[in-house]
Design a protein around this ligand. Structure first.
Ligand SMILES: Cc1ncc(COP(=O)(O)O)c(C=O)c1O
Length: 383
């Protein structure tokens, strides 16, 4: 018997051109460290308006490298939001630094810019705004605080490929020192697993290239008296390289980035239009000048009980939603370190009330309309 149709909250869109691009690499001599990763980097940098980009094996690797580029060290602190994927904070732990969580604005789910400055200590090194769901943070205000307090800014832009502030694309690093992206299958484009760090500085780009490859610099390859083909490692790096297969997929996916973004915006418009005036939940605002990339479409219910009920009703109809996010400081690992959900009560309350409904470019018109009908029916059952 055929199973009931389900609509997931997110999903990749792979076409024949993507498959051919990956197969071409598989038939070639280089599965890693060939010419396709640099091609992907050039094309990606152009797409986000970045001067330079380094492609790596995941968004998490990109965060770790970005923090290392900012010379984050044991004892240092980063300031970020608890409403994010754990990787934003975990990558700081990899360096021995400590994440400090600032509470959120309950309307947007973004880190509350007005609370950042009170969290700055002599150990603070980086502010890490997360463009939650694809809605950009107020980067001008964040840059202003960073400049006044002598801090770096790394954007976690894993949700925000295609987002912009006053026409300035996220990734151009106009207001930051680096911006980090993920190409996990639910993101705007996919490379299977993959990520990138965008930055203005060519020096940082070179260092990122070394950090993703054991701290070994290809420029140091040479014939020297004690060995031909000499190369040296000058600092501690990792193997965070992206494969050529992933990069080929990425190059092909980038051809359709504009179409993917357009389709996400169309679905978001349908949702916004259809849900206007709903009593049971609200939607993120889209303030003037802030272009949302709609990686997610969060509904923010009046109460946690309503959200839980809506989740179950929608699941029964085949609309599979997700919750973004359990606050990082509520994970047992962080609780065991002494963090508490009580430190950021608005983030905890947001987590209780949030529900991400399906949005992805491959969604058909009838899928999107089915989601609208199902959400409306669920909302009626709640009132
Ligand atoms: C906000 C955020 N930061 C970081 C990451 C980590 O990216 P990746 O899964 O590619 O390692 C993700 C991925 O889900 C994310 O959503």
């Amino acid at each position: 018997m055929k199973g009931k149709k389900t609509i997931p909250y997110g999903k990749q869109w792979i076409n024949e051109a993507d498959i051919e691009a990956a197969v071409r690499v598989l038939k070639s001599d280089f599965l890693t460290q060939g010419e396709t990763v640099p091609e992907f980097e050039r094309k990606f940098a152009a797409a986000v308006g970045a001067k330079n980009a380094a492609a790596v094996s995941s968004g998490t690797a990109a965060l770790h490298i970005a923090y290392m580029l900012m010379e984050l060290k044991p004892g240092d602190e980063i300031i970020t939001t608890p409403i994010t994927f754990a990787a934003t904070a975990n990558a700081a732990l990899y360096t021995g630094a400590k994440p400090v969580f600032v509470d959120i604005d309950p309307e947007t789910g973004l880190m509350d810019v007005n609370k950042i400055e009170a969290a700055v200590t002599p150990r603070t090194k980086i502010i890490v705004p997360v463009h939650y769901a694809g809605l950009p943070c107020d980067m001008k205000a964040i840059r202003d605080i960073a400049d006044r307090r002598g801090l770096k800014v790394v954007e976690d832009a894993c949700h925000a490929l295609g987002a912009a502030i006053d026409g300035e694309r996220i990734g151009s690093c106009k207001y930051s020192d680096a911006a980090v992206f993920s190409f996990h299958p639910v993101k705007h484009i996919t490379t299977g697993e993959g990520g990138a760090v965008a930055m203005e500085s060519l020096m940082l780009r070179r260092r990122a290239g070394n950090l993703r490859s054991h701290g070994i610099d290809r420029h140091f390859f040479a014939d020297v008296p004690d060995s031909p083909c000499y190369h040296e490692m000058r600092f501690l790096g990792n193997n965070y390289r992206m494969t050529e297969i992933s990069a080929a997929l990425g190059v092909s996916q980038l051809d359709r980035l504009d179409d993917f973004l357009e389709r996400r915006r169309e679905i978001a418009s349908l949702y916004r239009e259809s849900f206007r005036g709903e009593e049971a939940f609200s939607m993120q605002p889209e303030p003037e000048g802030f272009r949302h990339a709609y990686h997610l479409f969060p509904l923010i219910f009046k109460t946690g009980e309503m959200r839980d009920k809506a989740y179950r009703i929608l699941k029964d109809t085949g609309v599979i939603c997700q919750i973004h996010y359990m606050p990082v400081n509520r994970h047992p690992y962080y609780e065991n370190m002494g963090y508490s959900r009580g430190d950021t009560p608005l983030a905890y309350d947001f987590y209780r009330r949030e529900l991400s409904i399906p949005i992805y470019p491959k969604m058909t018109e009838s899928d999107a309309e089915f989601v609208v009908r199902s959400v409306k029916e669920a909302a009626e059952a709640l009132i």
